[in-house]
Design a protein around this ligand. Structure first.
Ligand SMILES: NC(=O)c1ccc[n+]([C@@H]2O[C@H](COP(=O)([O-])OP(=O)(O)OC[C@H]3O[C@@H](n4cnc5c(N)ncnc54)[C@H](O)[C@@H]3O)[C@@H](O)[C@H]2O)c1
Ligand SMILES: O=P(O)(O)OC[C@@H](O)[C@@H](O)[C@H](O)[C@H](O)CO
Length: 491
């Protein structure tokens, strides 16, 4: 069978390289690059994207072997009917690995065409690593790479204030753009790059805070035969997603015209404050994922769609969203309910195979960011505990019961299926330790009092929480998890 680049023309990838993108993963290729391709296709933009692989291992070689061309399949239900939109994305010019092509990376910094930097380096990427140096080729951290890149540009254009770049980071951390800028300035200070450079970073460049929303399920391993037969070519980096998309960008409205994707039919919103959108999305959508998938997986489900077809879990999800999360948010109720209904429909999308184990990755920090704020706010507002979320905390603790196999940590669910528990080393060590040394009745107290997990808070101070989580954990250990969920939703 032919490769995609033997059957598909690289239509926009030869346009001037106006965008540098840190992160060549599934998400950005299914989201930002699709929007840019759309803008090129609509004739309102003429620019291509240079992908940059931010860590040593990645997809650069495969991407270049396909001339940057790949397929995106977006599937869902619209007006009650199934839709499948398949597009060939041809706006990527090439992929650079700064580990192999450091000179090419620096040469791009000196380019007059370059205007925009997009990034998705996961929640771990926007981090300060004190060991990074200006002379490293490249510095290991993503902000370190941005700093050497900007410094090269600053020198090449003699600090020209017109040569700064628009930054659109999408990492799911609070104030992603502000945080990236803060760390770049920290490196500039550490490396003595001078006041003039720091002033240029601050005032010539435009850092936005952004929030993204699209369920991306990546390479369709189980359906690859279907796609190859349908498309008539082989694509090693074909990616899949839902149809829904939303990119909220906090920045000055006039910056939007640098990358006019808001003028396409993609859902791009420039705003002065991204916070309410972020809170709505993280607490409702991501909170619903994290509070439901671990229990659903333990009960025998494997995909989001599976538990949405189980009336007990569907009712549990609704209980979490409508009775526990929404009452803790201050946005207009109608807007929240409409977003929540949309989330339910998105989770039930029969064409999206979203693996529960993929969502379970790093559940400890996810629970802290996505679910704990709701528990705290609920207790504050109602002076009582949110039952379903307390149960989800117990399910999370149970999910993290495992045994070590070399560097890996494996759990086992009631049906005998073994699963790998993926999280930071310290988190894994902690859970392994308590599950091997403590009686089940003492485990919640150890977890809830571990302030390192909960942004410095000792959760045992919340009246009744330890007892309730203990009660649920003991029930889960001794009974059937789906029956416990059923009991919660029938109260
Ligand atoms: N899949 C979704 O539905 C979805 C939706 C919205 C946001 N996200 C976010 O996207 C991220 C996952 O991205 P993906 O789905 O493209 O996964 P992926 O594995 O395909 O890509 C991950 C990218 O992050 C880079 N990366 C990983 N660790 C890094 C580090 N420590 N420093 C710098 N770069 C690093 C990789 O090189 C790669 O480019 C998650 O953080 C997730 O929160 C995913
Ligand atoms: O991608 P993660 O691992 O951070 O989280 C899993 C899901 O909650 C997440 O990918 C959502 O599907 C996404 O945030 C929707 O926009």
């Amino acid at each position: 069978m032919k490769q995609i680049n033997e059957t598909t023309e690289k239509v926009y990838g030869n346009y001037p390289e106006k965008i540098l993108q840190f992160g060549e993963g599934n998400f950005l290729r299914s989201f930002a690059d699709w929007m840019i391709d759309k803008a090129n296709r609509d004739g309102i933009y003429q620019g291509s994207i240079v992908l940059c692989q931010p860590i040593g291992n990645g997809l650069c070689d495969i991407i270049n072997s396909q001339d940057g061309i790949y397929t995106l399949a977006m599937r869902g239900i619209e007006n009650g009917k199934p839709v499948e939109r398949i597009e060939q994305i041809t706006s990527v010019s090439r992929c650079i690995s700064p580990y192999n092509d450091y000179e090419d990376f620096l040469a791009l910094a000196r380019s007059k065409d370059l205007e925009v930097v997009i990034s998705n380096t996961t929640e771990a990427g926007i981090a300060y690593k004190p060991e990074d140096k200006l002379t490293d080729t490249p510095p290991s951290s993503f902000p370190g790479k941005v700093t050497v890149f900007l410094y090269e540009r600053f020198k090449a254009f003699n600090g020209d204030m017109e040569r700064g770049l628009l930054f659109l980071p999408v990492e799911l951390i609070d104030y992603n753009g502000d945080e990236l800028k803060r760390i770049v300035l920290q490196y500039a200070k550490d490396w003595n790059l001078g006041e003039a450079f720091m002033n240029w970073v601050e005032n010539a460049n435009k850092f936005t805070n952004t929030l993204v929303d699209r369920i991306v399920t990546g390479y369709p391993k189980d359906q690859i035969d279907y796609f190859e037969e349908k498309l008539g070519y082989q694509d090693k980096i074909i990616t899949t997603s839902e149809v829904f998309n939303l990119w909220v960008i906090e920045g000055k409205k006039e910056w939007a015209d640098i990358l006019p994707i808001h003028k396409t039919d993609a859902n791009v919103l420039w705003t002065e404050d991204v916070t309410p959108y972020k809170m709505r999305k993280v607490r409702i959508l991501n909170g619903a994922h994290t509070s439901t998938v671990l229990a659903a997986y333990l009960s025998g489900h494997n995909f989001v769609g599976d538990f949405m077809n189980d009336e007990v879990f569907e009712a549990y999800l609704n209980e979490v969203i409508f009775n526990e999360v929404i009452p803790t948010l201050d946005l207009p109720k109608e807007e929240l309910v409409s977003f929540a209904n949309e989330v339910g429909a998105r989770f039930a999308n029969p064409y999206i195979k979203h693996k529960l184990l993929d969502i379970s990755l790093n559940s400890c920090s996810k629970f802290n960011a996505r679910c704990l704020p709701t528990i705290l706010e609920y207790v504050e507002r109602k002076s009582q505990l949110p039952e379903a979320l307390c149960f989800s905390l117990a399910a999370f603790i149970k999910f993290y019961k495992g045994e070590k196999r070399g560097m890996e940590y494996w759990g086992k669910r009631a049906d005998g299926t073994e699963y790998q528990i993926k999280d930071d080393g310290e988190v894994i060590d902690f859970f392994y330790d308590i599950w091997t040394k403590k009686d089940v009745k003492d485990i919640p107290e150890a977890v809830l009092s571990n302030t390192a997990f909960w942004s410095g808070k000792d959760l045992t101070k919340i009246t009744g929480l330890t007892e309730k989580v203990t009660d649920y954990l003991v029930k889960i250990e001794n009974g059937n998890i789906r029956d416990i969920v059923k009991e919660i939703v029938s109260k």
